[in-house]
Design a protein around this ligand. Structure first.
Ligand code: FAD
Length: 435
């Protein structure tokens, strides 16, 4: 018997339930990835990471005696063609919550029913998959969800298959070539399970110890930087939680994985969360600046607010941004400049390697006050946030070249020194901000 395993956002061989089950029950497995033009091109940063992850997956499968089969085109058509060519009787796929993924699953289910093939959908890449708990919207706020989430017994880890046997008579398809995509950002991480696992091990052995104190310190590398690897399923969220849970200091870190599951479950319940506000916004200020001008200054990192600009320039340079900076720039755009969160979310989505509809929209809505846990008072003042979370100004100096020689406290309010403003060419604040 042959089983086709369709890879999507689960580009790994460890803790991969569908691959494991296929290898244990079928004589031969067809690991397949379809490069869908409908998805490619939305973000060069993400495309590059994806192609690197596919090359890495192919190598891992090769080491296990198999390989990755690759096709280009509409996913469902390609899957059905390969399944028929290879004589597969079953198709395995990992579930996903986005509107795109659910449509793919519906079309695949219909095509499988017509062709009399069995389709099996395995749980998402989550610690507690959507559906594993009562509806997230029933909780309204995160804390009760977290309590229920923490009460769930841990799921065991599935080891990488010992051997992946693939058909010798099936055309493998052209290998993806990451060098065909030039990322927007210059300083991007390399994609793939092997790099992701190295990052995980390094984090658990080093930064996790100081995570609770350091995670909001903008200038320090105290967080895991695992988000792109979780986004593409190069590492399993379940494995990250299991391995971290061994450490006494792990709770604040593991809580972030619960946030990830919370947003995933909300999206699974309502895919429109990715573009429609859950509720009317609260606490939005009148900006007095035309939205397009505000948006352009924000995108380019030229708002004149050093912390906002540092965050936006980190995004441009690395395709990633520190969580504290994401909170500050999102709050500033939506609550101070009065720009709808969807405009900011779209920009993030183009540049962030870790962008996915659940986390990106979920967090934007949280920051804008249209989503979960809404609070009128959550507007973050970028000057006060800089004093608190970048007290030496090192984060701003790293990303805002015009201010690279400026020290704290002047770096928090450079506009108060007219000669510095003339010398540096740094812009005046786009709106007045209380200091
Ligand atoms: P760590 O602090 O090491 O956390 C470990 C993992 O937990 C992360 O890799 C991530 O998967 C998860 N996590 C951490 N914080 C959050 C959170 N607030 N919500 C959900 N999951 C979280 N994260 C994304 O993965 N994709 C996005 O598109 C995304 N967009 C965001 C947009 C805004 C406006 C904001 C405020 C936050 C956004 N986040 C997003 C959440 C968070 O900023 C990143 O997950 C985090 O900065 C990634 O860095 P890290 O891997 O070092 O995180």
């Amino acid at each position: 018997m042959r089983i086709l395993v369709l890879f999507t956002r689960d580009l790994r061989v460890h803790d991969h339930a569908a691959l494991d089950e296929a290898c244990r029950t079928a004589s031969e497995v067809v690991p397949l990835f379809v490069l869908d033009p409908a998805l490619l091109g939305a973000s060069a940063n993400r495309d590059r990471f994806l192609l690197e992850s596919l090359v890495d997956l192919d190598r891992s499968l090769e080491r296990l005696g198999g390989r990755l089969f690759v096709r280009r085109g509409a996913v469902v058509d390609e899957v059905m063609e390969v399944a028929v060519q290879a004589g597969c009787s079953r198709i395995f796929v990992t579930g996903d919550a986005s509107a795109y993924a659910r449509r793919r699953e519906r079309l695949l289910a219909a095509a499988c029913a017509r062709a009399r093939l069995e389709l099996r959908v395995f749980p998402e890449n989550a610690v507690v998959e959507p559906g594993g708990l009562p509806r997230a919207t029933a909780y309204r706020v995160f804390t009760p969800y977290l309590r229920a989430w923490g009460d769930r017994p841990p799921r065991g880890l599935v080891p990488a298959p010992r051997r992946v046997s693939v058909p010798g008579d099936l055309e493998p398809g052209r290998r993806p070539d990451p060098s065909t995509v030039a990322p927007h950002a210059v300083d991007v991480p390399r994609g793939g399970e092997r790099v992701g696992r190295r990052r995980l091990h390094a984090f658990l052995g080093r930064e996790l110890q100081g995570y609770a104190e350091g995670r909001d310190d903008l200038a320090v590398e105290a967080t895991s930087r695992l988000s792109p690897y979780l986004r593409f399923g190069c590492v399993s969220a379940n494995e990250v939680a299991m391995r971290a849970n061994g450490a006494a200091v792990a709770e604040p870190f593991v809580r972030q994985l619960a946030w990830r599951d919370f947003f995933l479950q909300l999206l699974a319940e309502d895919p429109a969360l990715a573009w429609r506000s859950l509720r009317d916004p609260v606490g939005i200020a009148e900006a007095g600046v035309p939205a397009e001008r505000a948006l352009a200054a924000w995108r380019d990192g030229r708002t004149g607010l050093p912390l906002v600009d540092a965050g936006m320039r980190q995004l441009l340079r690395e395709g990633w941004m520190h969580n504290r900076a994401r909170l500050v720039v999102a709050s500033f755009l939506t609550r101070r400049l009065g720009v709808p969160w969807q405009r900011g979310e779209r920009h993030f989505s183009r540049l962030l390697i870790d962008a996915d509809p659940a986390n990106n929209a979920g967090n934007w809505q949280w920051a804008a006050g249209t989503g979960t846990d809404p609070r009128r008072t959550r507007t973050l003042n970028p000057v006060r946030q800089a004093r608190r979370y970048d007290p030496s100004g090192a984060y701003v100096r790293r990303y805002v070249q015009e201010l690279r020689d400026v020290q704290a406290p002047l770096i928090f309010t450079p506009w108060t020194d007219p000669s510095l403003m003339r010398r540096s060419g740094y812009p005046e604040p786009i709106v007045p901000v209380a200091t």
